[in-house]
Design a protein around this ligand. Structure first.
Ligand code: SAH
Length: 379
C-alpha cells in the first residue's frame, strides 16, 4: 500500500498523523466495535490481530487477505506500531539492543537476549522514559523521569523485538527491568502484560514467564499481589542495611528496608510465588564480608532467591565491577545462611545494555553530531 491512503507509508516507516491511534492502544473489544462500525465481519478482527501479532506485518498493506477498503480505513485511522525502531545494536553474544522512538520523539530502550543454542528468548522492557528513583549507580535516573509509557508503548517493545526473531521463533520470557520504575506505572504495565499474556487477543505468553522488577514500592507491590496474576516479582534490594540502602537507593529513606521486605513477604503469601531479590554488586561498596553476612541474616528463613548482578559500569559514575574473588566469597558467605543465589551473567556490554545506557549515549551523540544514527548502525 505504498503511498496509499491519506497518510501513506514511506520506506516502511509510517508518516505520523497525530490523529492516528496505535492499534494496540485499543482494547480488543474496541477494535471489534470499530471493525463492526466499518461494516466488516467480526472475523476480520482475528485476521488483523493475527497479522499484527504473529505474521509480522510491517504495515496494514501486508495484510493481504484483509479487504483493500478495510486496509485503507485501518491505515487512515490507526498505526500498526506505537513506536519506530530507531537503532539496533547487536552485541558479540547475540544480545540485541533496540532503541525505539515514541511518537513524541522520546526514545526508549529494550533488549532482546537469547541463550546461545537455547530456546529461551527474553525481552527486557522499559516502563518509563527516564526514572524518578535516583539509584546512584544507574544511568536511567540521571535526568529524572520524563513520563510514563503508555500501555501501547510497553506492549510495542515485545512486538518489535519478536518481529526481529528468525521466522517461527517467539519471545519466551519478559523481564520488566529496562528504564523506569515498573510499579510507578503499574496500571499501564498491567494492561500491556494482559495483552502479552492473552491467548485470544495477544501473544499468549504464560504469566509465569514474566518478571516485574521494582525498587520496592510497598503499596504497589500489594496492589500487584491483589491482581490475581502469576507474575514473578523481583525486588531491587542492593544493600542489607538501612544506612547503605539509603545511600544507594535514595527512595529507601522514605520507605525503609523493613517495609519493603514485609510487602515482598505479602506478595509471596498472597500469590504463592517466591520473590527474587536483586543485588547489584558494586566493587568496594556493598560487596564486603559484612554485607554478605548481613544479607544472609536478613533473608535467612524467607522463601526467596538472590540474583547477584555484577555492576555494569556507567561512564561518569564512580562505581566499578567487583573483583571475581570478592564475588565468589560473597556467594559462599550468603549461601552459608541457607539462602539460594545466582549470579546474573552480564549480557550485551559492548552495546551499553545496562538500563538507560544506550539512550544516554544515543542522545548525547545525536546532540554532538549532526549525522543521523542509522538502524543497524555500529554498536
Ligand atoms: N526500577 C526497577 C526496574 C529497572 S532496573 C528496579 O529498580 O528494579 C533493573 C535492575 O537493574 C535493577 O535491579 C537495577 O538496580 C539494576 N541496574 C541498574 N543499573 C545497573 C548497572 N549499571 N549495572 C547493573 N545493574 C544495574
Amino acid at each position: 500500500m505504498q503511498g496509499e491512503g491519506p497518510v501513506g507509508i514511506e520506506g516502511g516507516v509510517a508518516v505520523e498523523a497525530a490523529s492516528r491511534r496505535p492499534l494496540f492502544a485499543a482494547s480488543a473489544d474496541e477494535l471489534r466495535a470499530w471493525v463492526a462500525a466499518s461494516g466488516h465481519k467480526p472475523y476480520r478482527v482475528k485476521q488483523i490481530q493475527q497479522w499484527a501479532l504473529h505474521r509480522r506485518a510491517r504495515s496494514f498493506a501486508d495484510m493481504s487477505d484483509v479487504p483493500l477498503d478495510l486496509r485503507k480505513k485501518l491505515d487512515a485511522e490507526w498505526t500498526l506500531f506505537a513506536t519506530e525502531l530507531a537503532y539496533r545494536g547487536v552485541a558479540d553474544d547475540g544480545t540485541d539492543k533496540l532503541l525505539l522512538r515514541c511518537r513524541d520523539g522520546r526514545n526508549i530502550e529494550c533488549v532482546l537476549m537469547g541463550e546461545p543454542g537455547g530456546t529461551r528468548r527474553t525481552v527486557c522492557i522499559s516502563t518509563q522514559v527516564g526514572c524518578g528513583m535516583g539509584c546512584v549507580f544507574c544511568a536511567s535516573g540521571l535526568k529524572g523521569v520524563e513520563r510514563n509509557l503508555t500501555s501501547a508503548e510497553i506492549f510495542d517493545q515485545v512486538l518489535q523485538a519478536q518481529n526481529l526473531l528468525p521466522p517461527g521463533e517467539s519471545v519466551s520470557h519478559i523481564v520488566v527491568m529496562g528504564m523506569g520504575e515498573s510499579l510507578a506505572n503499574l496500571d499501564a504495565l498491567l494492561v500491556a502484560l494482559d495483552r502479552v499474556c492473552s491467548p485470544a487477543d495477544g501473544l499468549g505468553m504464560s504469566q509465569r514467564r514474566v518478571t516485574i522488577s521494582t525498587v520496592g514500592l510497598p503499596e504497589k507491590i500489594r496492589k500487584l499481589a491483589a491482581q490475581d496474576r502469576q507474575y514473578h516479582l523481583a525486588v531491587s534490594l542492593h544493600a542489607p542495611t538501612e544506612a547503605l540502602r539509603d545511600e544507594l537507593v535514595p527512595v529507601n529513606e522514605k520507605i525503609g528496608l523493613a517495609a519493603v521486605l514485609e510487602a515482598a513477604d505479602d506478595y509471596f503469601r498472597i500469590t504463592g510465588r517466591q520473590v527474587t531479590y536483586e543485588y547489584v554488586l558494586l566493587g568496594g561498596v556493598n560487596d564486603r564480608r559484612e554485607h554478605a553476612r548481613a544479607l544472609g541474616k536478613l533473608l535467612k528463613g524467607r522463601k526467596s532467591h538472590v540474583n547477584l548482578i555484577p555492576y555494569n559500569p556507567v561512564a561518569g559514575l564512580p562505581f566499578r565491577r567487583p573483583e571475581p574473588e570478592d564475588v565468589r566469597r560473597f556467594v559462599a558467605d550468603v549461601e552459608s545462611y541457607g539462602v539460594s543465589l545466582t549470579i546474573r551473567r552480564t549480557k550485551g556490554r559492548s552495546i551499553d545494555a545496562a538500563c538507560g545506557q544506550l539512550r544516554r549515549r544515543f542522545e548525547d551523540r545525536a546532540r554532538d553530531e549532526t549525522e543521523p544514527v542509522a538502524i543497524g548502525g555500529p554498536s
